[in-house]
Design a protein around this ligand. Structure first.
Ligand code: ATP
Ligand code: MG
Length: 254
C-alpha cells in the first residue's frame, strides 16, 4: 500500500502546493510512483500540473461517490506525476457532505478500497487553507503529515491550532497518524526568520526538517510555468526540495 502524506497548514500561501509538486517530482526522480490529490477548491495544484479544467472527473466526484479515485487520474504536463484534479465545485463540500455518514472518512475509504492505487509508492494530498471537513478527510486518510511553515510573524499561532485538529483526528479516527515533519518555507536572512526558526526548534525539536526552502523568484515563477523546480537544471530551490525528499525517504523508511 502506498504511503499517504498530507501537506497541510490552515494558513494560506505558506507554500503547501509548491511543496507537494516538488516533493512529488523529487520522489519520482528517485524512481517512486507518485499520485497527488488536489483537495483545494482553488485548484492550484491541478493548474501547476497543467490541468485544463475542461471537464472530466475530479475529486468532487469521488467524495460524492460518483467515481473511484482511479477513474480521475490525470498525468502532469511536464513532470512524471499522476494527479487527481480539483476545481471550484469542491467549495460546496461542507454542504454535500453534511448528510453523509462517516463524512470525515470518505476520502480514506475511497483510497483504501481502490485496488488500482496499489501501484503507487506515495500518495500526496494538497490541502486547502482551512481546518474544515476536507482537511479532516485528508488527515483521516493520511499516514503522516508535512506542515510547511512560512517563517514570518504569527507563523507559530497557526500550528498550535493545527495541532488541536491533528490530535482530534488521531484520537478519534486515525490512531496511526504521525507528523512526518515541519518544513520552513520562504526563508530569508531577516531576524524574524531566525526567530521563528529558533522558536520552532525549541517547541518541535526533532520534527523540524534540516532542509529549509528559500524565498526565491524562481519558485514563484514555477507555478505559472507549470513545471516543478526539480525538473529544472541548476534550480537552487529544486536542489533544496531534492534534499528534503532524501530526508522524507529516511523518515518514512523508504
Ligand atoms: N520558496 C518560495 N519562494 C518564493 N515564492 C514562493 C515559494 N514557494 C511558493 N511561492 C509562491 O508563494 C505563493 C503561495 O505558494 P503556494 O500556492 O504553494 O502556497 P499554499 O500554501 O499552497 O497556498 P494556499 O493556502 O492558498 O493553498 C505562490 O504564488 C507561490 O508561487
Ligand atoms: Mg495551495
Amino acid at each position: 500500500m502506498a504511503k499517504i502524506i498530507a501537506i497541510a497548514n490552515q494558513k494560506g500561501g505558506v507554500g503547501k502546493t509548491v511543496t507537494v509538486v516538488n516533493i512529488a517530482a523529487g520522489l519520482a526522480e528517485q524512481g517512486k510512483k507518485v499520485l497527488c490529490i488536489d483537495l483545494d477548491p482553488q485548484g492550484n495544484l491541478s493548474d501547476y500540473l497543467g490541468y485544463d479544467f475542461s471537464g472530466g472527473f475530479t475529486i468532487v466526484d469521488v467524495l460524492k461517490g460518483k467515481a473511484a479515485v482511479s477513474d480521475c487520474i490525470n498525468t502532469a504536463k511536464n513532470d512524471p506525476i499522476d494527479y487527481i484534479p480539483a476545481d471550484i465545485t469542491l467549495a460546496t463540500a461542507d454542504l454535500f457532505l453534511a448528510q453523509t455518514m462517516c463524512r470525515e472518512q470518505i476520502l480514506r475509504k475511497a483510497i483504501t478500497s481502490d485496488s488500482k492505487l496499489c501501484e503507487y509508492d506515495y500518495v500526496l494530498i494538497d490541502c486547502l487553507p482551512s481546518l474544515g471537513i476536507l482537511v479532516t478527510n485528508a488527515l483521516a486518510a493520511a499516514d503522516s503529515v508535512i506542515i510547511p511553515v512560512q517563517v514570518q510573524k504569527f507563523a507559530l499561532n497557526g500550528i498550535v491550532q493545527f495541532e488541536d485538529i491533528f490530535n482530534l483526528v488521531k484520537e478519534n479516527i486515525n490512531s496511526g497518524l504521525k507528523i512526518c515533519g515541519i518544513l520552513e518555507t520562504m526563508t530569508d536572512n531577516t531576524q524574524m526568520a531566525q526567530a521563528v526558526d529558533n522558536a520552532l526548534k525549541e517547541r518541535y525539536a526533532g520534527l523540524v526538517f534540516e532542509t529549509t526552502i528559500s524565498k526565491r523568484i524562481e519558485a514563484a515563477n514555477s507555478t505559472a510555468e507549470q513545471r516543478s523546480l526539480i525538473s529544472k537544471k541548476n534550480s537552487v530551490v529544486g536542489g533544496q526540495y531534492r534534499r528534503l525528499v532524501a530526508e522524507i525517504i529516511e523518515r518514512e523508511g523508504d
